[in-house]
Ligand binder design. Structure first.
Ligand code: WT7
Length: 661
């Protein structure tokens, strides 16, 4: 049988991948030239991290009042950085570039889902930011007030964030894929004064009436005085409900606002934003970042890890602004560095599965940053989609969000990077604010699947259960010294902040929540979460949060949620559910439950599988043994069940799991 040319390339790609799987270590690709000189000497930075960060802060940021203090560690774990300095973040991201004659440089090549193009320059962004900052003030927003932002991937999301920063308001961005009820919850707990949202959003040709849906969920929110509504891109057939006195159109507010809004010089530790993230309990954590330290982390790592040269690079991070990746590596890092980025509104498979590669070709993207789960999806779709486009502009590739399996790494390296682009596997978290463990493009030798080594000035370590440091092997990942972009607390919950991150090994050891392995070369291999957090496609979900959403359904008596490995999404959610009144579920209840979870949390949180149980495996003290559920979901031999109150429970569940397969 004759193989088609495509099939033949696929066979040889498979073979090359198989061969390369044996290669443990990749030196920086020959011919790759770094554009950014690495001034920092790792050893010097590690010996004097404070001095290193102080130099970087003077070098990279524009201050209104220079700082004289660097780190204040007199009250751990409540650290402060550069506390007596003042600055404005929007000045660092906008004014200083415009003042240097780069106002006409494109900040964002915005690309709409239907192919629309809008190039937003630094000058335009500054003008809109000032006008919107004045608009927010007119609505009564003052420094320290919380402003919620629930917007799709449109330039206005950056304007809204920067306008908050200009006047010292604290933004609270909610991921556009979350359900309106999650927006309502986050507005309530953060006591947001204003919410900025959109009339409607589109996804793969379908429209969602966002404003109406949000209205329906908001309920009584005494603190929420105004809702600003952006007219999103595309057709707007729906009628948008606007409450007189409360709701205002973004464009009308902007048109009526004074154009000049002098930036307020804010203390370095002024709160910049809250971002809610999942933890071990059902209540999301309001992770709080402050101004200077956060901006320094985002600026330094964006330029050094990705080797960004703002004069020549076209950078694209495919994340959503609603995650920390979007905050640090779509908005703040790139803008502070004066870079040109792509911002893409749509999905990776609309109108076709080659849209990402089409965009890279069209804008001659040089640095591309995405998630392992996206790469695995592209592998599934096949190399013909990237193969349709000229990707030769690419010079650096990045990944984030979860461990990348070596095969996906190699595919990314060969098919997308043409073998010439260093890959930076960046490990970090919402809490860390910016990348902490990662190769420096073109400098660090990489090992597929390892985030490699800490960046200069960062001190990770592996601890055994008893807190003894390990020099090799597997253990609990901790950071032993504070760093500028670390979270400062959980919003209005200092106690939970200390309890979550600093109770296990004392107030000066930040407990990450991940397990990791350290190899003989000092390379870190992140294994995954050690708390009850599930990582679906690089997005953090708490088992407790999903369980409480399921249990809130009237038919349900009890639920336990575990993760199972999944080729596409890294982990997938399996829910074990007992129904009220001794009922056994059917396809209809299953569909209802999945839909129910989507409405309460978001589509991401929908269980991949629901297993109906008569009872859940509990210890005599009533604690659900999730370990057994994980084993049974994965089809593993069950371990010891004798500590269960009713050992027979597991046999029934195992039968159901087999039946469901
Ligand atoms: C958790 C943080 C940082 C932005 C995206 C997620 C996992 C993140 C990697 C990586 C292995 C990774 C960790 C971490 N994670 N990056 N390169 N290799 N695991 O932010 O929602 O705060 O989640 O994501 O488990 O703790 P997040």
């Amino acid at each position: 049988m004759e193989a088609t040319p495509e099939a033949r390339t696929e066979v040889s790609l498979e073979r090359t991948l198989e061969e390369l799987l044996a290669v443990e270590r990749f030196e920086p690709p020959a011919g790759f030239t770094r554009r950014r000189h690495i001034e920092a000497d790792q050893a010097a930075a590690d010996a004097d991290p404070e001095g290193f960060w102080a130099d970087a802060a003077r070098d990279l940021l524009t201050w209104e009042t220079p700082f004289t203090q660097v780190l204040d560690d007199s009250n751990p774990p409540f650290y402060t950085w550069f506390a007596d300095g003042t600055l404005n973040l929007s000045v660092n991201c906008l004014d200083r570039h415009v003042a240097a004659g780069r106002g006409e440089r494109v900040a964002f090549h915005w690309r709409g889902e239907e192919g629309e193009r809008r190039d937003v320059t630094y000058a335009r962004l500054l003008a809109d930011t000032q006008a919107f900052a004045n608009g927010l003030r007119q609505l009564g927003v003052q420094a320290g007030d919380v402003v919620g932002i629930f917007l799709p991937m449109i330039p206005e999301v950056a304007v809204a964030m920067l306008a908050c920063a200009r006047i010292g308001a604290v933004h609270n961005v909610v991921f556009g894929g979350f359900a309106p009820s999650a927006v309502a919850e986050r507005m309530a707990v953060s006591e947001a004064k204003v919410l900025v949202t959109v009339d409607g959003a589109r996804r793969k040709g379908k429209r969602a009436e966002v404003k109406a849906a949000v209205d329906a969920e908001l309920g009584e929110l005494p603190a929420l005085a105004h809702i600003v509504v952006v007219r999103g891109p595309g057709e707007h057939p729906g009628v948008v409900p606007m409450t007189a006195g409360r709701d205002v159109w973004y464009d009308e507010l902007l048109a009526a606002a004074e154009p000049d809004c002098p930036a307020v010089a804010l203390p370095a530790e002024h709160p910049l934003f809250i971002l809610y993230s999942s933890g071990s309990t059902a209540k999301p954590k309001g992770i709080l970042h402050t101004t200077a330290g956060y901006l320094l982390g985002a600026t330094y790592t964006h330029r050094m890890v990705f080797d960004i040269d703002a004069d020549t690079d076209v950078y694209w991070c495919s994340a959503d602004v609603g995650w920390i990746t979007g905050h640090s590596y779509i908005v703040y890092g790139p803008l502070s560095n004066g870079a040109t980025s792509v911002m893409y509104e749509g999905a990776p498979d609309y109108p076709d599965r080659d849209i990402w590669w089409r965009i890279i070709e069209e804008y001659r993207v040089t640095v591309f940053y995405t998630a392992p789960t996206a790469i695995r999806t592209c592998i599934k779709w096949g190399p013909e989609f990237p193969g349709r486009h000229d990707l030769s502009s690419l010079r650096v590739l990045g990944t984030v969000g979860e461990p990348i399996n070596p095969k996906a790494w190699l595919w990314y390296h060969l098919v997308i990077g043409g073998g010439r682009c260093p890959i930076v596997d960046t490990w970090w978290q919402t809490e860390t604010g910016s990348v902490l463990i990662s190769p420096l493009a073109g400098v660090t030798a990489t090992k597929p699947g390892s985030a490699t080594r800490p960046l200069p000035g960062i001190s990770p370590a592996l601890f055994a259960e008893d807190g003894k440091p390990l020099t090799e092997g597997t253990g609990i990942l901790v950071i032993t010294r504070p760093w500028p972009s670390m979270l400062r607390t959980l919003y209005k919950d200092d106690e939970r902040f200390v309890e979550t991150y600093f109770s296990r090994f004392g107030p000066s050891t930040y407990v990450v929540g991940d397990a990791a392995r350290l190899d003989a070369d000092g390379y870190f291999w992140i294994i995954g979460r050690i708390d009850d957090v599930i990582n679906v496609s690089g997005h953090r979900l708490s088992t407790a949060e999903v369980e409480s959403a399921i249990v809130a359904h009237e038919a349900v008596a009890e639920a336990a949620v575990v993760a199972e490995p999944d080729e596409q999404t890294g982990q997938a959610i399996v829910a074990f559910v007992t129904l009220a009144g001794e009922r056994i579920g059917d396809a209809e209840v299953e569909a209802q439950l999945r839909d129910h979870v989507a409405r309460r949390i978001g589509k991401l949180a929908r269980p991949r599988r629901i297993i109906w149980a008569d009872d859940l495996p509990k210890t005599r003290s009533g604690k659900i043994m999730r370990r057994l559920l994980r084993d049974v979901a994965a089809g593993r031999e069950l371990g010891d069940v004798t500590t269960l109150r009713d050992p027979a429970v597991m046999a029934v569940i195992a039968d159901r799991v087999r039946g469901a397969r």
